[in-house]
Write a protein of this length. Structure first.
Length: 276
């Protein structure tokens, strides 16, 4: 049975694990080929282990097992030149670029730190979760415009891109909230710019997702020390966290022809977080 994305090529940043890998597999199920990019290395300010080259290789194996082509590269979204080179190589290998999922991001557990480390956490979150999204767009969009076939872009934000609930004045929280709000601004700006090219741009806003970014010892320790934070971050529906596949299903809809007239939308996938 034909997939909804047959013949499409999808760029996914942060593709080595978590939501990125889930998106890669879900869209491959719909017939897409995948250009998978991930830093696959540790960022010093992040307390929990990040993705590895082995994780990225598992994403590749998963896509290939679904019968789709995949090109994978290690690149840091903070490094525009390196990212642009990886995107170019991937397009050369796979032949085109139709869909972009600017998904790469980090989470840093708020914790008692000195002022220098607090600033470092803020700076890294802005650099990766916001500037990295723009770098991804700048690297990918010219190819989509040149093709002249339209396309779809989804930027990964968060419920924290729509709400400041749980703010506590730390660089970790301030940086995450500010970056994810900034992603909404990028989405709306690019939606306006790219509409004449029939390229749709939306953002996705998950509540807490069951991935290694938040399901780790550092965030667990913070939650134990800050019970009011956990209450502030709870959902309306009786679920603590959602699964990456829940977000992937929403992304699959947004990039398909089923959503052909949806652009400029900030879509919560949040178990009611935003209306609580």
């Amino acid at each position: 049975m034909p997939g909804k994305l047959d013949g499409k090529v999808v760029l996914i940043t942060g593709a080595a694990r978590g939501q990125g890998r889930s998106h890669a597999l879900r869209l491959a199920e719909e017939g897409a080929d995948i250009l998978a990019i991930d830093i696959a290395a540790q960022v010093d300010s992040v307390q929990a282990p990040m993705a590895t080259p082995e994780d990225l290789a598992l994403t590749v194996l998963g896509v290939e097992a679904l019968g789709q082509r995949v090109a994978a590269y290690q690149a840091d979204v903070r490094d525009y030149d390196g990212l642009n080179s990886a995107v170019g190589q991937g397009v050369d290998e796979l032949g085109r670029l139709d869909i972009v999922l600017a998904n790469a991001g980090i989470g840093i557990a708020p914790s008692p730190v000195d002022e220098r480390m607090d600033r470092r956490a803020f700076d890294d979150l802005i650099a990766i979760n916001l500037c990295g999204v723009r770098n991804t767009l700048q690297a990918a969009v010219p190819q989509m415009i040149q093709q002249g076939d339209g396309g779809a872009i989804v930027l990964t934000s968060s419920t924290q891109g729509l709400s400041g609930r749980g703010g506590n004045g730390t660089g970790a929280m301030d940086g995450y909230v500010a970056a994810k709000h900034g992603v909404v601004g990028l989405m709306r700006s690019y939606a306006n710019w790219l509409a004449p090219h029939s390229i749709r741009v939306n953002s996705i806003h998950p509540t807490g997702v069951n991935t290694p970014m938040i399901m780790n010892d550092a965030f667990g320790a913070f939650a134990e020390q800050s019970p009011t934070f956990g209450s502030a971050m709870s959902n309306l529906l009786p679920v603590g966290v959602i699964e990456a596949s829940d977000v992937s299903n929403a992304v699959a809809f947004l990039v398909s022809n089923d959503a052909r007239f949806i652009t400029g939308v900030a879509l919560p996938v949040d178990a009611g977080f935003m209306v609580k």
